[in-house]
Write a protein that binds this ligand. Sequence first.
Ligand SMILES: Cc1cc2nc3c(=O)[nH]c(=O)nc-3n(C[C@H](O)[C@H](O)[C@H](O)COP(=O)(O)OP(=O)(O)OC[C@H]3O[C@@H](n4cnc5c(N)ncnc54)[C@H](O)[C@@H]3O)c2cc1C
Length: 382
Amino acid sequence: MKKWLIIGGGIQGCTMASYLRKRLGINETEMTIVDLKDKPLMNWRLFTKRVGMSYLRSPSIHHLDPSPFALEKFAKQNGCKDHLHFHAPYDRPDLQLFNQHCDEIFEQIDIEKSWVQGRVVALTKSNHHWIVTLADGTDFHAENVVIAIGLSEQLNWPEWAKEGKKSGANIAHVFDDKEPTITDSVVIVGGGISAAHAALQWSKLRPNKVTLLPRHPLTVHQFDSDPGWLGPKYMNKFSKIGCYEERRKVIKTARHPGSLPSELKTEIERHRKLGTLQVKIDEVIEIQRDTLLLKSGGDLTTSGILLATGFEQKPPGMDWLQTLIQTYCLPCASCGYPIPKPSLEWEEGLYLLGALAELQLGPVARNISGARRGAERIISSF
Ligand SMILES: Cc1cc2nc3c(=O)[nH]c(=O)nc-3n(C[C@H](O)[C@H](O)[C@H](O)COP(=O)(O)OP(=O)(O)OC[C@H]3O[C@@H](n4cnc5c(N)ncnc54)[C@H](O)[C@@H]3O)c2cc1C
């Protein structure tokens, strides 16, 4: 019997593992992390590499170690010069430095000794503990389970793109497992930070052959929600909202999806003026072979289309969580998302983190800061 089992070894699950080991003194044999992938943070590494992101949007105190200044300390110990590895404003760290710091944490907590590769397909209760069942039939027993699966299994494919793919158009999602094969011109659909990064990356590879196609003018926000959501400024009021439909509305209004920091917009503008990148504000309504038909009445012909359209916003994991919800009558809001307690406990010994916990953690739940806040809440009840 394990003391703790974490489902999902992405940013959320690995932060939880780090807090359990470093703050709660759980040892590596008392904890198991189950993930589809063979190593921690595989989605994070793939997605950030795919869009060519070189530094984070979030500040240096947002990382996976419980100690807020651990990343800065790690940088100093490794002789990193602040002005080269942390970017103004808000000291946003280099992706490479951030990833090296994650690796250092994983070594410190011997994460590979807790790691199990597999797909969780069921969760059942037995005499005050949980049984976690994998697709190959293996069972794990644990006193406490944390579900930390993200949205990454549900890439957002607009209807026209699904139809286009079926009829053989060269369309890929920027976060597909497989590398896209685009040999000439490329249209990048989307207007947020991932679309902007991808457009800059592709315009270096294919100058003059890249079009960024956002639905609306590029919108600048330094962060994907106001920093007031990181603390009592907004969270006190949010936590007092008793109606979960209202909480969902507040989260939706607070988030800035499809936005980007100002320096990225400046960089896009620079490339546009140089002519290495075209930016066209329009919306695809249909695709015919290699031609995109646009809402404005115009069209765009291209040899490849890359979707930077994010993830579907429905709650993740419902293919197996639905049975759990029905069996144990677990509370969910009308948006389909779970309603855990403020401690993030959903049922005795069963906790949620990340997207699944956002009706308690608010708009930052899915980010690194949300992982820290969530892990803190979970361990503080022990
Ligand atoms: C390009 C990009 C840049 C970002 N930059 C920042 C930033 O600068 N700062 C910030 O705070 N946030 C940033 N974010 C947002 C956020 O931090 C990430 O999306 C975060 O990685 C989400 O973590 P997660 O653990 O929820 O999801 P994931 O990383 O997808 O991890 C979930 C894990 O669960 C596993 N899993 C799912 N279902 C099962 C199952 N049934 N059984 C077993 N395992 C399962 C998956 O294999 C996966 O490894 C960025 C996101 C992207 C895409």
